[in-house]
Design a protein around this ligand. Sequence first.
Ligand SMILES: NC(=O)c1ccc[n+]([C@@H]2O[C@H](COP(=O)([O-])OP(=O)(O)OC[C@H]3O[C@@H](n4cnc5c(N)ncnc54)[C@H](OP(=O)(O)O)[C@@H]3O)[C@@H](O)[C@H]2O)c1
Length: 329
Amino acid sequence: MRAVWYERTGAAPAVLTVGEMPTPDAGPGEVRVRLEASGVNPADVGRRSGNYRAMEFPRVIPNSDGAGIIDQIGQGVTRFALGDRVWLFNGQRNGRAFGTAAEYITLADYLVTPLPPDVSFAAGATLGIPCMTAWCALFADGPISGQTVLVTGGAGAVGHYAVQLAKWGGARVIATVSSEVKDVEARLAGADTVVNYRTEDVVSKVMAFTENRGVDRVIDVDFGGNLATTLKLMAQNSTIAVYASNGNRTPVLPVRELMEKCITVRSLVLFALPPPLLAAAQADITKWLESGTRVHNIAGQFGLAETADAHLAVEKGDKIGTVIVDCAR
Ligand SMILES: NC(=O)c1ccc[n+]([C@@H]2O[C@H](COP(=O)([O-])OP(=O)(O)OC[C@H]3O[C@@H](n4cnc5c(N)ncnc54)[C@H](OP(=O)(O)O)[C@@H]3O)[C@@H](O)[C@H]2O)c1
């Protein structure tokens, strides 16, 4: 099969090689997927660059997420049939060296989910890390119906799904953004109100929206960077779900303030969450996809041989949505 790999970390054009590798066969409990699309997420790029961790394997095919068609079924797998359209996550994670920047991938069937017929493969490849993270951040601590949820970075890949899923879950949603373009995106996702965190007073806008009660949940893209503001707008007995903290990775925690408001801090990385929670996320995302038209933001599409350009597009930092590699071209 054609694949893209790296054997040392570094700049994408320097370390990513395009070539031929043996096509894998599905082992017991596994399926083989003929990949149509591969999603490139910031953590895939961070791993390849060496910013996240040292090389874990002699050779790595990058990218966790993907979508395609089941073309081989391993012993004992009953959930799928040949020809099923699917999306998948954790391709290159948790002890797995070979991800989705390739024509084929084999992996355990529980990492694979049916893709509804009206959702494109490119859209399917945005569901893994972004949509699963959004779902787990929103629902891991119970239902959100009737609650007010603040999604920081509501036009981000994760944030945009968090806004859509929070609305679907019955919440009132406030999103923060940094520009007019992102304001439009957050509203398209269904945000009830949008605040520009660079030009507006987030605390007063949120407190006005909640009639001075504060928000019940925060889905936060920058825990450390936002903490001083966030603490002022969280309600008593509220929860903050943290999936990134790039503005300040080692914030000082004002524990007394957290305690006095009985605030729960739920931090997460998708690949380490418990399997039952991940299975619940997959099942609920399927229901959500089937129950309406959803917005899947695709920030750009590249051919397999252009995977380095796809990584550079993510590194640039101005993407709106998920960057996709089309594995069949
Ligand atoms: N823990 C996990 O399992 C997990 C899963 C997925 C992603 N992540 C991490 O989460 C981060 C975002 O991923 P992504 O794919 O969603 O990236 P993305 O598509 O680039 O979205 C990030 C969004 O957050 C906004 N933003 C940045 N700082 C902000 C702040 N202080 N307040 C409000 N908005 C802010 C950005 O816009 P502006 O800069 O214009 O504000 C951007 O729209 C990455 O660091 C990624 O590695 C973690």
